[in-house]
Design a protein around this ligand. Structure first.
Ligand SMILES: [Zn+2]
Length: 121
């Protein structure tokens, strides 16, 4: 698989407020997005807006340096998602910035319950 070749004329990193043209969502491009806290306190999760469409991914906050694999089932794009706690105040409430790296295209198939015989198409 060809490796990502940065093009100095085209940005490879996008900030939280930068729109990303769909044709720039190619492997190696990094997109930062602000997250929103997801409900539930036992295992902290955050909602991450997808750069490719209006969908959101709910990911486990985890430990610093951990990454999640997120697949947009609408667009078929795969991302490696890291979360950075941007909290610089004393209230101790995490405030995560998501760093999404577009991964090389992977042909993903989602497992489902076994289809009934004769059903299909
Ligand atoms: Zn999408």
């Amino acid at each position: 698989m060809p490796r990502f070749q940065p093009d100095p004329a085209i940005p490879a990193r996008y900030g939280p407020d930068d729109p990303v043209p769909p044709n720039r969502l190619i492997a190696g491009v990094v997109v930062r997005r602000r997250t929103e806290p997801a409900p539930g306190r036992l295992r902290p999760r955050v909602d991450v807006p997808m750069p490719c469409c209006t969908r959101w991914a709910r990911v486990l906050a985890g430990r610093p340096g951990e990454f999640r694999l997120v697949v947009c089932t609408s667009c078929g794009l795969c991302y490696e998602v890291g979360l950075h706690d941007e909290n610089d105040t004393w209230d101790d409430i995490p405030n995560y910035l998501a760093v999404l790296t577009v991964l090389p295209y992977i042909d993903v198939t989602f497992a489902r319950p076994k289809p009934k015989a004769g059903a299909g198409r």
